[in-house]
Write a protein that binds this ligand. Sequence first.
Ligand SMILES: CC(C)(COP(=O)(O)OP(=O)(O)OC[C@H]1O[C@@H](n2cnc3c(N)ncnc32)[C@H](O)[C@@H]1OP(=O)(O)O)[C@@H](O)C(=O)NCCC(=O)NCCS
Length: 331
Amino acid sequence: MDVIALSDPTDAQIEEWHSVAAAAWAWDRPGEPVPDLEHTRARLLIPPPASRNVMWAAVDDGGRMHGTAYLRLPHDAGRAAEIDVQVLPARRRRGIGTRLLAVAADRLRAARCGTVVAQVLAGTPAVPFLERHGFRRVLSLRVMLLRMDELDPVRLARLVADAPPGYRLIRWTGPVSEELAGELAMAKRAMADITVGGSSRWDPRRVRETAEAVEARGDRLYTVAALHGPTAAPRIAGFTEVVVSATDPERAAQYDTAVVPEHRGRRLGIWLKAAMLEWLRTERPDVREIETDNVDDNSPMLAVNAELGFRHQRDHLDYQADVADLPTLVR
Ligand SMILES: CC(C)(COP(=O)(O)OP(=O)(O)OC[C@H]1O[C@@H](n2cnc3c(N)ncnc32)[C@H](O)[C@@H]1OP(=O)(O)O)[C@@H](O)C(=O)NCCC(=O)NCCS
């Protein structure tokens, strides 16, 4: 088994990569819709902001892929990299995953990147694999799903009409306006306590670049925010974001939701989310369900989601390792 770098993957390599990912997905998440080829292509070819993608494949003598490794390498080596290793179900427990991880670790060391994170599904082989290789669990996320056809429009309208005094709603698609970018960055920093990977560094530029990256993939970002203060210089008290994928619009993804600490406890969270659901119901009838994940001890947000009709699906775990602890290549 050889490990080859895929610096500029061909169409055929992307297709083969996708078939490994689809087989791993179907094995670990039976019954879940498998992401399509275009999703894989966009993920491999369009790096997230301030990062580059580095990819490898484990191939046999005939050149057939048995496993893949994806590394999101941040330009700033002080920030955490992100890794995703996938091995065909029929080729597991033969050291392929370890080999791919060791190759990626070599690259991380060369880039002087000190920390790496991985997100995996609870109850799958990824958990003992990562724990065997020096990763520790830093976060548990509860994934919940809302079916749009189960929404009660009358109840939703009532929740939206029940505006907390002193606040008004604003909504937009794509990147935030220049005028509100600073405010949105500030509100996003309010989430720093619950996310791994440096969310406290949100600034107006990063806020806009992140939204531009979503749009560059062909996906659509919807944002609803609660404003307060004077019309000429409004402040953002809270916001919620949903992304509708171009390739799989049926299942939208809840992105960030945050209420700035001094505005918490006034039902702004449920008001914002209800307004988002009402907007999507009319604007995007192609969206059939919305998936969200929340830190499992974030009880206010879990309660808001349960009240809106979200149901528990599965748990995701965030793992982190010091690169120094990762396996090294046996040459
Ligand atoms: C996680 C994954 C990449 C492991 O690939 P792999 O090639 O089977 O891993 P290895 O053979 O190198 O396993 C190394 C060690 O990890 C541990 N391990 C891996 N799978 C395990 C399992 N199912 N149960 C218990 N321990 C396991 C063992 O300690 C194993 O050593 P051993 O076989 O000598 O006991 C593979 O199961 C996979 O593709 N999962 C789906 C994708 C995924 O969730 N990736 C996220 C990881 S970043």
